[in-house]
Design a protein around this ligand. Sequence first.
Ligand code: ADP
Ligand code: MG
Length: 315
Amino acid sequence: MLAPPGYKDEIPAILERLRNKQTIEHLETHRQAKDGSLLQLSVTISPIFDSDGRVIAASAIARDIGERIKTEETLRKTEKLAAAGRLAATIAHEINNPLAAITNLLYLARKNPSLDGKAKRYLDLAQEELGRVAHIARQSLGFYRDTSIPGTVEISAALDEIVALYGRRIDSKGIHLETEYGPGLAIHAFPGEIRQLLSNLLVNAIDACGSGGQLRIRATSRNDWNHNRRSGVRITIADNGCGIPKPHLARLFEPFFTTKEDVGTGLGLWVSKGIVQRHGGSIRARSSTRAGESGTVFSLFLSGVVPNSPVQRIA
Ligand code: ADP
Ligand code: MG
């Protein structure tokens, strides 16, 4: 009964070693407590001999190392976070410098008097698109440092903007998009962060959808489901894509957790959660992978209670 499923083979192996007069030292393993819960233990077992040198018993010392392992795990996660911050800061820096150079060069080229009207218009368009590249780079890096002060953000306008930004991607995958929101959903927020949050969720939903998939974005004025007295905006982004298997659900908001080999950063949801928390809100996901009815719904609540000065986010 001591050994939980998966560890049953350990006991005969331990007994075998004891019979051979060997000691088991600091074996890190799991055992089952009386109430059925799992304990993480470090076990040391030594044979006890009679006067003739025969093994007649064994002494076992087990230390509960659950706390230690939990601490180690937290530390590892913290280190991951720090690494994520450093990585993002480096990439943002590397990308922003050439982008700034190109922007300046375009500006100079547009000033050149030898350009005819058509060439000028092309350069104007190029500049506009470049602005978008810079914006997307910041967003997908996920470490958009919003230095603006918080202001009134109209959620329906922000949603329209994001939908337009990814419209081509939605169309080219043949995804059907339904939106249910109207004006009058204003909150106090950092506008750049809200756009980033919404695009992270939308992009994930688009990624999850196969061709001919369906997306639904809704926003309503709501009370927080945890703190009923607070008012704010509730947004849900639903897709009928592949869904998220249960074991992954618990890890969604961890930095670097991704199932998208090569293309994923695993930072989108982690960053999104940070943004939601800074806006006095909450985020949760429900998902099903059952064939024929698979899909995912992300629900957000934003209260719009934000700190008044921008926070320094990159250490
Ligand atoms: P990335 O998109 O770079 O992988 P995210 O943090 O945005 O990182 O998402 C982490 C993981 O969560 C994804 O790799 C995917 O497995 C899962 N995921 C997120 N949103 C959805 C969704 N709408 N449907 C299915 N899986 C999702
Ligand atoms: Mg993502």
